[in-house]
Every structure is written in structure tokens, then in C-alpha cells.
Ligand binder design. Structure first.
Ligand code: AMP
Ligand code: GLY
Length: 417
């Protein structure tokens, strides 16, 4: 089979890595991919937003299955375009991708289908926004409606901050494309975790649990990033949540898809807040999480191609998904300055000196004059598998000592907080 992966980050490298292990995958392509993926497949230059270019490639190469990694092409309708031309896709169609693409759409979906979530109000003009604000206490959560690359959520501690944020967001100037509609939301407290599931819109199957670490500094300090590391299983997940997740979240989710006629064949990533054993949904993402996926897919003990193909064909109920009963730690090596501005093009050394049981996924790298260099904020994901959190943390942090690039930064407490 010929499989195409759309995207070029650590998540896509992990997806490609798992697909490459399948005896059914003969040819593996990625657009645009990255130097890590190019070791196991063919990377084709191009943009994940060039939908017509991707369609042409799929037709020219007679690709059997296209796996879409990032949310942007999903929200632009890449799955629709490919499927409408008769090609098989892993990833939801545009209308369903709105569950991530629009906060207002996803809150409305949750409320109508009785999925527990924070109380909210949707506003489109400043006057009604200020009026609605009176119904909330502080802190209040202000969310820009559209895709905002993780920058559309502000937790406002007081009325002044809330009003300023609303003004900025509703003017639509701060976040182009996002923000002309805003969701005001009750602030939830508790413990945050993510639930990743495969679904074909009829059957929903949770993956093993994972935790990511969003803030840049140790002890969860500093600004949010795309994610500085992950562990699987999630060591902090309270026991006995599986049944609650199934009956209160996953089953109503699939029923909601069916009632609303949303065609969802891919991964639903559910961000949850749990307080006193009660889960509430913070957000939906319509794709794998990054870097949760890196840790989760290392623990997969089934053929990822078979799972993705079954999802794409609406036959998820026919596959048996097995996981290894072990532990994975994944630490992100980032460019100095990230998530603010940072320099690119720093030479990366030491990857050839790592022990065999260390898995490296490339996130933001490039080849320049025959050398591997940094090319993004999150540069590499260093991962190890083992029997315990302690063992895998030791393996990963020992391995990191051999890797170098100017300004290299990582959190030292992945898996601990
Ligand atoms: P979202 O993109 O909606 O998941 O928001 C990003 C992050 O903001 C979440 O991972 C939470 O840390 C935080 N957040 C979002 N909504 C709330 C809420 N209602 N209460 C508390 N924190 C929230
Ligand atoms: N790690 C969070 C995300 O992928 O959205």
C-alpha cells in the first residue's frame, strides 16, 4: 500500500514511524515531512495548505491512504476534497473539523448532546460581551472562536483584563481569522488531562492515557507552548475513570456526531478538566496531540496502518487494538527563546551517539549544506520506553546529555508535575 502523511512535525514523524513498521505499507510519503521522516520515507516539498497540490500528488502516485496530521488542512476541507475525488482519508471532513475550528460550534455541540462542559456564552459584539460578563465571576476564560494556534485562550483574572481581551479579540486584529466571535466561559479548576480516541463516527476506541506539559519552564511556570514533553500512561490519572469517560463523554460524543450528521473518521483528542472525579470537556481537537502522540504510538502493539485504514473505511469495530503494558517518556528539545522568538539554523550534533533504545522524532529540523540544523521552536523529541517512569526518565535525560545545538533548552521535570 502507498500511504501519504500530511505534516512535518514530531507528531507526523511518530505517525510515519508507526506506519513504517506495518508490513502492509510498501511506500511511505510525507508532505512536507522532515529530515527524520526522510530516513523512512520520501518527503515531498509542499505546503499542508496547498489542497490542490496534495490532490494532484495523491492522484499521480495513486496513494491508497492519506493521513492528515495538523488541524489547519482538516479545517480547510482537505479530507472532503480527497474523498470527493474517490481517495481514502484518515481525518475528519470539514464540517466535523469545526469541533476544533470553532469554539462556539464545539460548545454548542457539547451542550446539545449533554457532554459535561463549563458554562458559556457566545458573543459577537462588545456591548453584549460586557453585558454577558456580568454573569461570570473571576477569573473568567475568554476564547477566540477560530483556530488560533494555541493563542486564542486568555484567562482573565479581573474585569479590566477581561474587557481589554474582549476588545482586542472582537476587533479581529490580534488573531487574523480568529476572534470575531468570542466564547466567554466559566473557569474550571481541577486536574487537566487528555483523552485521545480513534473513531469512525460509529465506534470510538480510547488510546492509552498520556499527559503533556504545556508550560515552558519546570514546575509548570511561564507561558504555554505547543507542549514540552509527554508521558504515557498519565501517572496522575485517578483510577476508575474509564467507565465515566465512556458513558459521559465518548458515547454521547459519537451519538452527537450521528445526530448532527457529522462525518468523523480520524482521531478525536478530548481535553478534560477533572474535579472530584467529575470530568468536564475543555476542548476538542480533531487530530492527534503533539507531543502526546509520540509517547502513545510507541506503546501501540497493533498495526497502525490497519487501524487507520479501518477508520477510513468506517470499520473500526472490526479491528482489535492492543497496547503494550509499559511506560514511555518523551522530552522536547526546544530552541532558546521559544515560545517567543528564536533563531533557526543551529547545527545539531550527537544524534549518532545515542543508545539503540532511544527513539528520536524530528519536530523542527532541516538539512542545510549536508548538516542537520534547527528549523523550529520545538526541534527534537527524545523518547524512551521501559518498565517505569523513573527508568524512562533516566534513559531520556542521559541521552540528552550527548545532544547539542546552540541555545538548546528542555524541561527537566517531564512526568513529575
Ligand atoms: P482550550 O484551547 O480551549 O483547551 O484552552 C487552552 C487551555 O486553557 C486549556 O488546556 C486549559 O489549560 C485552559 N482552559 C481552557 N478553558 C478553561 C476553563 N474553562 N477553565 C480553566 N482553564 C481553561
Ligand atoms: N499537546 C496539545 C496539542 O497537541 O494540542
Amino acid at each position: 500500500m502507498k500511504v501519504l502523511v500530511i505534516g512535518g512535525g514530531g507528531r507526523e514523524h511518530a505517525i510515519a514511524w508507526a506506519l513504517h513498521k506495518s508490513p502492509k505499507v510498501d511506500e511511505l510519503y510525507a508532505i512536507p515531512g522532515n529530515p527524520g521522516i526522510s530516513e523512512i520515507g520520501t518527503c515531498v516539498p509542499g505546503s499542508v495548505e496547498d489542497l490542490d497540490g496534495i490532490l494532484k500528488f495523491v492522484e499521480n502516485k495513486a496513494i491508497d491512504l492519506t493521513v492528515i496530521g495538523p488541524e489547519v488542512p482538516l479545517c480547510m476541507g482537505l479530507a472532503d476534497l480527497l474523498e470527493d475525488h474517490g481517495h481514502k482519508v484518515f481525518g475528519p471532513r470539514q464540517k466535523a473539523a469545526n469541533l476544533e475550528g470553532s469554539k462556539a460550534f464545539s460548545k454548542d455541540f457539547m451542550v446539545r448532546h449533554h457532554i459535561p462542559t463549563a458554562k458559556y456564552v457566545e458573543v459577537t459584539d462588545l456591548e453584549s460581551a460586557y453585558e454577558a460578563l456580568k454573569e461570570f465571576s473571576y477569573p473568567v476564560v475568554v476564547k477566540a472562536d477560530g483556530l488560533a494556534a494555541g493563542k486564542g485562550v486568555v484567562i482573565a483574572e479581573d474585569e479590566k483584563t477581561a474587557k481589554e481581551t474582549l476588545k482586542e479579540m472582537l476587533s479581529g486584529e490580534i488573531l487574523s481569522g480568529a476572534g470575531k466571535k468570542v466564547v466567554l466561559e466559566e473557569f474550571l479548576t481541577g486536574f487537566e488531562c487528555s483523552l485521545l480516541c480513534f473513531t469512525d463516527g460509529k465506534t470510538i476506541v480510547p488510546m492509552v492515557s498520556a499527559k503533556d506539559h504545556k508550560q515552558i519552564y519546570d514546575n509548570n511556570k511561564g507561558p504555554n507552548t505547543g507542549g514540552m514533553g509527554s508521558v504515557s500512561p498519565n501517572p496522575f490519572l485517578p483510577a476508575g475513570m474509564d467507565e465515566k469517560f465512556r458513558t459521559e463523554i465518548m458515547d454521547p460524543f459519537v451519538k452527537g456526531l450521528q445526530e448532527d450528521g457529522l462525518d468523523f473518521r480520524g482521531v478525536i483528542f478530548i481535553g478534560l478538566m477533572i474535579e472530584n472525579g467529575e470530568p468536564k470537556v475543555l476542548e476538542f481537537n480533531v487530530r492527534f496531540g503533539d507531543p502526546e502522540t509520540q509517547a502513545v504510538l510507541m506503546r501501540l502493539d497493533s498495526d497502525l496502518y490497519e487501524i487507520m485504514n479501518a477508520v477510513a473505511e468506517g470499520k473500526l469495530a472490526d479491528v482489535d487494538i492492543k497496547w503494550k503494558d509499559d511506560q514511555v517518556t518523551c522530552v522536547v528539545l526546544a530552541s532558546g527563546g521559544y515560545p517567543g522568538s528564536y533563531e533557526k539554523g543551529k547545527v545539531i550534533t550527537g544524534l549518532d551517539q545515542l543508545p539503540e533504545d532511544i527513539v528520536v522524532f524530528h519536530a523542527g529540523t532541516a538539512m542545510k549544506d549536508g548538516q542537520l540544523v534547527t528549523n523550529g521552536g520545538r526541534v527534537l523529541n527524545i523518547c524512551a520506553e521501559g518498565g517505569s517512569l523513573e527508568e524512562t526518565r533516566t534513559k531520556v535525560y542521559d541521552a540528552i546529555k550527548s545532544i547539542h545545538f546552540d541555545g538548546m533548552y528542555c524541561r527537566k521535570d517531564i512526568g513529575l508535575h
